[in-house]
Write a protein that binds this ligand. Sequence first.
Ligand SMILES: C[C@@H](O)[C@H](N)C(=O)O
Ligand SMILES: C[C@@H](O)[C@H](N)C(=O)O
Lengths: 165, 165
Amino acid sequence: FANRIAGVAHQMDVAKVTLVALMDRPGVAAAVFRALATRHVHADLIVQNIGHEGRTDLSFTVAADDLDIALETIAAVRDEVGARDVTARTGLAKVSVVGSGLFSSLDHAATMFSALSELGVNIDIISTSGIRITCVIDGGHVEEAVRAVHAAFGLEGEDRWQSTA
Amino acid sequence: FANRIAGVAHQMDVAKVTLVALMDRPGVAAAVFRALATRHVHADLIVQNIGHEGRTDLSFTVAADDLDIALETIAAVRDEVGARDVTARTGLAKVSVVGSGLFSSLDHAATMFSALSELGVNIDIISTSGIRITCVIDGGHVEEAVRAVHAAFGLEGEDRWQSTA
Ligand SMILES: C[C@@H](O)[C@H](N)C(=O)O
Ligand SMILES: C[C@@H](O)[C@H](N)C(=O)O
């Protein structure tokens, strides 16, 4: 069954922080995450796409309860990394699909993204690593989204509420 | 040992494709990856950061051998998703750190990014999912980068050349 996956996980009460247009040069990502680690802030999804004209955005998610300290920490490194802005949003959710590793994951992304789009759910961030795909979406749609993703992979009726995405 | 990780993996001969400034609305990511799946193109790292003014960039990596067909496929969906440009680069590499899941991953990102920055290696893309962090870097520095990351996590002397990142 080409769509075989190991599972669907999700996390609610997710907040994201984005350092907008920071300098795309060595040491910048290190400075941001060293500062967060020093203040014991656990940034669990980190995403940075390619740069444009020497600048790029760097986003990370934290539990909603950690947002204040995350923003305080980022404010302290902002000048060092040259971020032109810092934005934040709460009330988000993460949904992840974990490939089984035994079956081709060729169409896992298509299946997952289609399930979300059919609900009209916009995908805010996509981050993947290894056989796992994580999408950040609006928290208001998470239950429906998780059900739809399960159904898209032929997993209705299985235990749907799993641990951290 | 707070830096305990399960391993460091890497992949060489990586090519990336970026759809620049495509429309940030439901269905766009689905359209891109359905097209790739239909042409049997395996996009293994997919990354999309937040949008600005209704637009965002969407990047993915493929094996260098698949770049031509990936670009052909993307050219066919480009108008549908409103991408203002499509860029591509070869000669890249991916380096991943896999957390052990048993130890806090609070400073894994800081440790990994610092190791790369100390070599002056610029991080082009960061993508994470679950306990795994993947960085896309220039392929010319991969051996040195993998050694430095191993060393940063106290893993010198262990088997360094592992399978796909
Ligand atoms: C933006 C950031 O990732 C930068 N390129 C670095 O290497 O640290
Ligand atoms: C950009 C793309 O991810 C879009 N937001 C979608 O939901 O498909």
